[in-house]
Structure formats: structure tokens, C-alpha cells
Design a protein around this ligand. Sequence first.
Ligand code: CP
Ligand code: NVA
Length: 328
Amino acid sequence: MDLKGRDFLTLKDYSPEEITYLLDLAAEYKKKKKEGILVDHFRGKNIVLIFEKTSTRTRSSFEVAAHDLGLGTTYLDPKSSQIGKKESIADTARVLGSMYEGIEYRGFGQEIVEELAKYAKVPVWNGLTNEYHPTQMLADLLTIREHFGTLKGLKLAYMGDARYNMGNSLMIACTKMGMHFAAGAPTKYFPNDELTALCREYAEVSGGSILLTEDPAEAAKDADIIYTDVWVSMGEPYEIWEERIRDLMPYQVNTALMGHAKKTAIFLHCLPAFHDLKTEIGREMGERFQLTELEVTDEVFEGNRSKVFEEAENRMHTIKAVIAATLL
Ligand code: CP
Ligand code: NVA
């Protein structure tokens, strides 16, 4: 399998075989990391990490993975570079592409990361856009595969805002890999028709399926994995919180909802999560709307079916695989 020089912008661009290859490579890197075996075979090369939105996991994963691979890194934060304000994406791509062997981009529209990839002659990796979060998908698939030993035939139920990066990406990842994807959300939060139609084609080939329903119990019924994400994503206006809480509260992942899933079901969340009042926004929303938790209850989040921290660790191993597989 040769992925050298390839961009990693959305899983739409990757075949099930290529995704499996990246998961296998990540598992191999994970094993080596645990055994203390060095993999720093990219010494002398450098990558740049552009973050126009904040991050804990994605940034740390890129930095640790790059360090383990022997790569140097430069972090460009949301404020201090010229990107977008004084310099176009096309110019930025040509400058950075002349100094670095790879570029990570986290930011707003998917068209920005596509423009970067068009003008940079080195691999560009999507570290999250409004539309997609493909590196998160590899971590999720690896976590699911580690737990169940397989992906094919499993049902993943995504609860909440299914028309944004996580819902879109999970629908792509599941249908490519022969899984059954269900979204539980009000209709206006369903993934768009064009993407849904494309994923139905993937599902036809892989043996997977798609169910979009307003009924949370139907979405969660017999699921192997219950998944949720924050109700308001980075870059969305603060004022939207009230409407989101009203719209999405019936889809909160709580013990009753988990009861519709299989007894063996696990809970995943890309994180960060509002499962208590220990964050600024969690506290504020709690006070304003008399809530103690938002998209997931503390009981589920802290319960033994929750695999969210295994999932978070897998961000690093899978990002390492993407970098190593695509660097020239
Ligand atoms: N899941 C995820 O992308 O986390 P960060 O926003 O912390 O990178
Ligand atoms: N939907 C979330 C994902 C965070 C990892 C956001 O875009 O903020």
C-alpha cells in the first residue's frame, strides 16, 4: 500500500482497504510505543501545524507523533500568523510547502484545507474543519476495532448535531467500513442529502446502512456504539446555545438512552465533553438552564461502558500512522 504524497482531507478520498491499512499501521505504532521501540526514521524533516481553532488532543497528537517519528514541528496558533488576514491560503501554501515536508490545518471551511492542498506540493492533513474530522475517524475506528475485534456489521448510533463535522465524518467512516450508521436528531440536524446519497452508495458496496431518525430510541436500538459530540461546535455563535439545548436535549446520552443499545454497547465521544459543571461553558449553561450536564450525563461518561480516554489516546497513534504513511 503506497500512500506517499497523498493529502488526508476527508475519508471520502480513501478506500476501505487504505483505511484498514492506516488502522493496521496505527496498531503497529501503538504496540511499538508501549514496547519502547523507537520509530524516529524521519529525522531531518519538519512539519507545520496550523490551528485557526483551539485544540488539546489534535495538537498534542500531532506534536507527540511527529516527535516520536523524529520530525521537527512548528505550531502556528489562531492569532499570530499572517494566514487569511494578510496572506492568502494559496500564498501560505507555497511558502510553507517550501520549508516543510507536511502541513496540518485545523480551521473553518473545508474549501480552505482543499486550497492549501492544491497549492502546497507536500501532504496536507485535515485536523478538523466545519465539515469533516478525518483523523478523529481513524482513532474512533481503531478504538471500536480494538474493543469488538471487528468493524463490519456493528451499529453506531450518533446522537445530536449530525450535520456538522462529526456526524458527517462518522456517516462516511461507518458506511465505508461496512457498519450500520444511525443518527438520532431533529430533521434539521441530519447530514445533507448529497452526502447521505454518497454514503448510501458506500453502504451498498460495503454491506452497511444508514438510518436517520428523529426518534432517539429508534436510533439507539441495539446499537454497539453510542456516540455524541458537543451541541455547539467551535466557530458557531454563542447565541445558538439556547436553541441547541432546546432542540437536542431529547438526544442526550443518559442511562435510559444507553438502555436501548445492546448490553455490550460502548460509549464514545470525540471530546471535549460537557458532562458536568467543571468547565466555564458547562457552568454557565448549567446556571442559565438549570442543567448539570449537557450532551452526555456524568454517569454515562464516567461509567464502565465509556471508552472515551482510550479513544483520545488513539488520536496520537492514528495520527502517527497518517503522517508516516503519507510523508514523501
Ligand atoms: N477531538 C478533538 O479534536 O479534540 P481537540 O479539539 O482537543 O483537538
Ligand atoms: N464538533 C466539534 C468537534 C470537536 C472535536 C467542533 O467542531 O467543535
